[in-house]
Design a protein around this ligand. Structure first.
Ligand code: GLA
Length: 730
């Protein structure tokens, strides 16, 4: 039962569905306090209130002589600074008197069905207003005429609350927004561990779990993108939480630019978390009658461990974030030429790969980097999005037709946000790259970042892409972004507005992508940033797949895909089999394990199919057939992590159909071990009363979950793997 209720008597809001409850209260001074977030409670009787204590050095409300109420300690919903709370504030709004002190009080509230969209920003949506309810609490700083709209949407079918914040300047003077977090939340006396996803290029989303200590922990990106280094997703977990048991709270920011999560544990063991656009170097001038909208954060809660938390995110992102005709659609098996040829290709080479792909049943050919301008290396031509004439003798339009004639779809690579110094575009518009007048410009991969905050820059790139799509039939686009922002400054803006440039870039990018997907709804877009450098829920609103990592080594991918799966669904994770020795790690692994790892994602190949042995081709053809047969189960079934690569030598995960009639289990062992203990693998999520056939043997669902089954003891050698298919026996 979905409900948002306001109780006049206790002055509390109660948001609840079948799984969760979230309670806010209005305290003295119209302060909006936080009361509870977690497992559903049927009814709140109003007696769980923050204790009134007179604490030394804790200031009291302005004009109040009540020494037992202080913003210094009370749990709050959207705290400011300077009125007695010395913890991390949710907002910093610089005013004409030079201070950031505010005094926001509850003014009014609205409760309604459905979920409003966020202007200019990606966000979850509902198709039917009965799928969610929204609470808007409006806070007011009367002194300055500022209003804050705190938005809370609770979904009926998942333990998720989406939050965002909007600041409206109803005063007469401009203010400068230096921080406007999407949310803040205070937890009472709870020991937490922090789980987050950090990494670097080719090593994205490594799972880190650490005890939360007193003080402030900042997890952020200042790179102008969500980044390889720190994904905008964190969890606060009970120290005893496992994949299957215990309480955990997740926070997923729907944003692709610089972000910041601050977690502060105070002396009373209270934990505050704020999350949103990075406040470091952020300045947004807000004139009277203007509003500033924060991105959205998706909060989820599970009392059944981390797997259940991931399930709620997988369902939410598949159902309420991904849009368009590829939503819940099976994604094609692709062959990408990047690791096969790099820049060194011609039409014969590409068609030789396509011919083999056709025989194997592959469905989509993707022509990666190198087809445009004078692009023969990564030093040139970004910004010149017209065909590198002569490289493909028949021309790209004919190549696309040839590929279509063979029954495959045709995809192509773009890097629209970038500009090479050596390009026609740079020679014509050197000022279109982000740069500070008079200062040197830092190259990255020999390229600069285009100033996508500028309309004319976006319009020019858009027009080039449109001209290309009008000439060449394209079914898929890989949208890449291969460096981070430096010398962030936009020529068109005043110095006091430069702190808004990185965010205005994101708004420009979102607008560009919105227009593009609306104009080309039949193109499947996959986003990429040197692999998974911008794998976030913001990008998934426009592009339903992401290239998970440039690291295609099967063993490295175990950790990368495991970490990614904490929040992002399998349907979004591009995952390819590549050649050995692997190009990133030089490791040699069997085709079987490369297949078994890549098949746990949106499957594809990235190697020269025309130089393979007959045995390899036979094995790959079988992999493609197997994947297609089970694709819907893999891409949209329930994904369950069983053994973690972060905890040992073995990894296992499984996929279960919604009706629990079938399942696939993947097991991987990294290094061989003499006298290996018999491995008993216990499954999860099956129907305990069903009987399953697995490898010609019958097992009860309860047997597989409670007793488990033994991995083949003869499995030997490094990088070993086994795959099991279970089907209900009728
Ligand atoms: C990035 C991508 C790769 C490939 C290259 C091409 O690194 O992640 O997959 O497309 O660019 O330059």
């Amino acid at each position: 039962m979905l409900a948002i209720q306001f109780d006049e008597q206790t002055q509390t809001f109660h948001l609840s569905n079948d799984e969760i409850s979230y309670l806010l209260g209005i305290e003295e001074g119209e302060v909006l306090s936080h009361l509870y977030y977690g497992k559903k409670i049927a009814q709140y009787h109003g007696n769980f209130r923050y204790p009134r204590i007179d604490r030394s050095f804790s200031p009291n409300l302005p004009g109040s002589k009540n020494r037992s109420f202080s913003l210094d300690t009370v749990l709050q919903e959207y705290p400011g600074f300077g009125g007695g709370d010395f913890r991390t504030p949710a907002h910093q709004i610089r005013q004409s008197d030079g201070t950031i002190v505010t005094d926001f009080k509850v003014k009014e509230h609205q409760i309604f069905s459905g979920k409003p969209s966020l202007e200019g920003l990606p966000a979850t949506y509902v198709q039917d207003s009965e799928e969610a309810q929204t609470l808007l609490v409006i806070l007011e700083d009367r002194f300055r005429g500022l209003e804050l709209e705190l938005s809370y949407t609770i979904f009926c079918d998942s333990p998720v609350i989406a939050r965002n914040t909007r600041l409206i300047n109803k005063g007469t003077e401009k203010v400068v927004v230096e921080k406007l977090a999407s949310l803040a939340i205070d937890f009472p006396d709870t020991p937490f561990e922090l789980i987050h996803l950090n990494g670097t290029w080719a090593k994205e989303r490594m799972v880190t779990r650490e005890a939360l200590q007193p003080g402030i922990k900042i997890l952020d990106s200042k790179r102008g993108s969500s980044s390889h280094q720190q994904n905008p997703f964190v969890c606060l977990a009970s120290p005893t939480m496992t994949e299957e048991t215990g309480e955990v709270y997740g926070f997923c920011l729907v944003y692709s630019g610089s972000h910041e999560t601050m977690i502060e544990k105070d002396p009373y063991n209270q934990t505050r978390l704020t999350m949103g656009i990075n406040s470091f170097d952020f300045r947004w001038v807000l004139e009277p009658n203007e509003a500033f909208q924060s991105p959205e954060v998706l909060m989820s809660f599970s009392d059944k461990g981390l797997n259940a938390l991931s399930h709620s995110y997988h369902d939410l992102l598949n159902e309420h974030l991904v849009r368009g005709r590829f939503k819940k659609q099976e994604r094609p098996v692709l062959i990408n030429n990047w690791e096969a040829t790099y820049f060194n290709f011609d039409e014969d080479k590409l068609l030789a790969i396509v011919d083999e792909a056709e025989k194997m049943g592959i469905e989509l050919f993707v022509l990666d980097d190198g087809w445009f301008g004078k692009r023969e290396s990564d030093r040139t031509s970004l910004g010149d999005w017209y065909e590198n004439s002569g490289k493909i003798k028949m021309g790209l339009a004919n190549l696309s037709k040839e590929i279509h004639a063979r029954g495959l779809k045709f995809g192509i690579w773009f890097e629209p946000e970038m500009i090479s110094e050596d390009s026609e575009l740079y020679r014509a518009h050197p000022d279109w790259a982000l740069q500070i007048p008079g200062r040197g410009m830092s190259l990255g991969r020999d390229q600069y970042v285009l100033d996508f905050s500028r309309e004319e820059v976006r319009a020019h790139i858009y027009q080039q892409m449109k001209t290309f799509f009008d000439e060449v039939p394209v079914d898929y686009v890989k949208w890449d972004m291969n460096r981070n922002m430096t010398e962030v400054y936009s020529k068109k803006r005043a110095p006091e507005e430069q702190g808004s440039t990185a965010h205005r870039y994101m708004l420009g990018l979102y607008e560009f992508m919105e227009n593009l997907i609306a104009e080309y709804p039949t193109i499947l877009f996959e986003s990429c940033s040197g692999g998974g450098g911008r794998f976030d829920a913001g990008m998934l609103y426009y592009m339903p797949q992401t290239w998970t990592s440039d690291n295609t080594d099967a063993i490295a991918r175990l950790k990368i895909q495991y970490g990614t799966s904490l929040v992002y669904p399998v349907s979004t994770m591009g995952s390819h089999v590549s050649a050995i020795p692997n190009h990133q790690t030089s490791r040699k692994t069997s085709l079987a394990i490369r297949g078994n790892v890549a098949m746990a994602g949106v499957f594809g190949y990235e190697l020269d199919l025309s130089t393979l042995s007959t045995e390899e081709k036979v094995e790959m053809k079988a992999q493609v057939a197997f994947y297609k047969e089970h694709r819907s189960l893999i891409q949209y079934g329930r994904f369950v992590r069983l053994l973690s690569p972060f905890e040992g030598n073995e990894t296992a995960w499984m996929f279960i159909s919604d009706d629990k009639k079938e399942a696939l289990v993947f097991y991987y062992r990294v290094l061989a071990e003499a006298s290996h203990p018999p491995k008993c693998l216990k499954l999860e999520g099956l129907a305990k009363e069903k009987v399953y056939m697995m490898e010609n043997q019958l097992f009860g669902g309860d047997e597989l979950m409670n007793l488990g089954f033994y991995i083949d003891p003869s499995l030997s050698g490094d990088y070993a793997t086994q795959l099991f298919y279970l089907k209900e026996n009728n």
